[in-house]
Design a protein around this ligand. Structure first.
Ligand code: GLY
Ligand code: MN
Length: 460
């Protein structure tokens, strides 16, 4: 294991080509919860985790081209040991990271003092610049750091590029995360029923993750029943599921920092009925053809555009949109019903090291501004494929949008569907040398498989 992290650090240093100055990669500080003695759930910055292999709060991985790498690790105080537990012994951290110099953060000030006046690139968690004292640096300004933001941006971009390609060990963790997600989603698919609250469903799903070896969720679970399914990041409430409605569950387990990100949408009853069925089938077809298009060299943006076109086409056929699908997509009209991107990169972050390929700029078009990756796919990348169709009152009742798209939508039809909610189907896809491997393929999504599970769960 430590060899893996050492190889990453060597590669990063090689790409960085830093001749003068130092690089600091903080993990992040605990964020206190007001009115308690506790902190929010801690998630180490992915750049720190990736390069060190450690995920503890209050640590700084430091690089000086003359002497190599040092890990400054937080050593728990007596009070912290009483209330929250001990920190890992420094020798153990040295063995696990492969970094010979693991020092308490109390030594960081002196280390920086010895490099006074040199450029400092801070990547990782930038909270070091706002709360240096949290890392044991009492007098940051007095150290006269020459914070070089342009350098930091270049170094961070180099680490992002490295992080996009997952190695065997990372893929193994992502498979474990996918398996834990499966356990949770299967529980949800079986247990959901009318009268159960969104929160109760969330609890069952997350219990499935944790029983299957996950230590935390990769992101706040999204459980939206009925109209709530149209809120893209809906936090579950005490609303009860109602027969005749759909429930959208976007929830993923995390294993050793690696995320899975899965969405399934299903009926509260045993079967998809009427328009729900047609819309589900459309989203599923779009999702499956996007997955079939995943291959090295393929532009992720092209997959998004194709999916948008297919969704617009389907919505025209269902009488919800009007016009020529290519023109509708050209005008971003499809984004009224699909206002997010096809997906994103996945790894140590749920929205992992994606962004634009160097030299490209993000688009602010209605139909493209939430496309979180604009780059050609390559072997080892893991991306989500998550098209959806939603009836979002915020967009569909906007007088401005209704005027721009007056001719593009069958508005009287849409007015009757404003409480329908949304449908999203999301899987995690590993780009292989020849095509794609769906890491979450064991989580049912065909109409038949979902209906069979629903019927079994409801005892029908
Ligand atoms: N699963 C949440 C997201 O992709 O934004
Ligand atoms: Mn996602």
């Amino acid at each position: 294991m430590p060899g893996r992290f050492a190889a990453r650090r060597r590669e990063a240093a090689h790409r960085w080509e830093v001749q003068r100055g130092v690089v600091l990669v903080p993990s992040g500080l605990p964020v206190p919860i007001a009115g308690t003695d506790q902190a929010h759930d801690f998630h180490a910055h992915p750049e720190h985790h990736y390069l060190s292999g450690m995920a503890s709060p209050g640590a700084v991985l430091a690089y000086d081209p003359r002497e190599g790498w040092t890990l400054f690790a937080h050593v728990a105080t007596e009070e912290e040991r009483v209330w929250s537990g001990d920190s890992r012994p420094l020798e153990q951290q040295a063995a696990e990271t492969g970094i010979e110099r693991v020092l308490p953060t109390g030594r960081l000030s002196a280390w920086l003092e010895a490099r006074r006046g040199e450029p400092v690139a801070v990547i990782g968690n930038h909270d070091l610049l706002q709360r240096p004292e949290g890392y044991g640096i009492e007098r940051w300004a007095a150290l006269e750091p020459d914070a070089d933001e342009a350098l930091a941006e270049r170094l961070s971009a180099a680490v992002s590029e490295m992080r996009r390609t997952k190695d065997r060990g990372e893929l193994a963790l992502m498979r474990r995360a996918a398996a834990a997600s499966r356990a949770g989603h299967m529980a949800g698919l079986r247990l959901a029923r009318a009268g159960m609250t969104e929160r109760a469903l969330q609890v069952e799903i997350e219990a499935g993750f944790f029983r299957a070896g996950s230590a935390r969720t990769a992101y706040g679970s999204i459980v939206g029943s009925g109209p709530n399914g149209a809120v893209l990041h809906f936090a579950p409430t005490s609303r009860e599921l109602i027969g005749g409605e759909l429930v959208l569950v976007d929830a993923g387990a995390e294993v050793d920092g690696y995320a899975s990100d899965v969405t399934r949408t299903y009926p509260v009853d045993a079967r998809f009925a009427g328009l729900h069925r047609d819309l589900y089938q459309l989203v599923l077809e779009v999702q499956e053809s996007a997955i079939a298009g995943v291959s090295p060299g393929v532009e992720y943006r092209d997959l998004h555009m194709k999916a948008s076109h297919q969704l617009a086409d389907g919505l025209v056929q269902l009488g919800i949109m009007r016009g020529n699908p290519a023109d509708l997509v050209e005008r971003d009209a499809h984004a009224l019903f699909f206002p997010h991107g096809l997906g994103h990169m996945l790894g140590l972050a749920t929205h992992d090291a994606g962004g634009c390929l160097a030299g490209r700029t993000p688009s602010d078009r209605f139909g493209l501004k939430y496309l979180r990756a604009d780059l050609p796919l390559a072997p080892g990348y893991v991306v989500t494929i998550e098209p959806g169709i939603y009836f979002i009152p915020a967009l569909l009742t906007s007088p401005e949008r209704r005027s721009i798209y007056a001719d593009a939508v069958t508005w009287e039809r849409v007015d009757a569907l404003l409480a329908l909610g949304g449908i999203r189907i999301e899987d995690d896809v590993h780009v292989t040398e020849t095509g794609a491997e769906v890491l979450t393929s064991e989580i049912p999504k065909s109409l038949d498989a979902i209906e069979a599970l629903r019927a079994e769960g409801l005892g029908r």
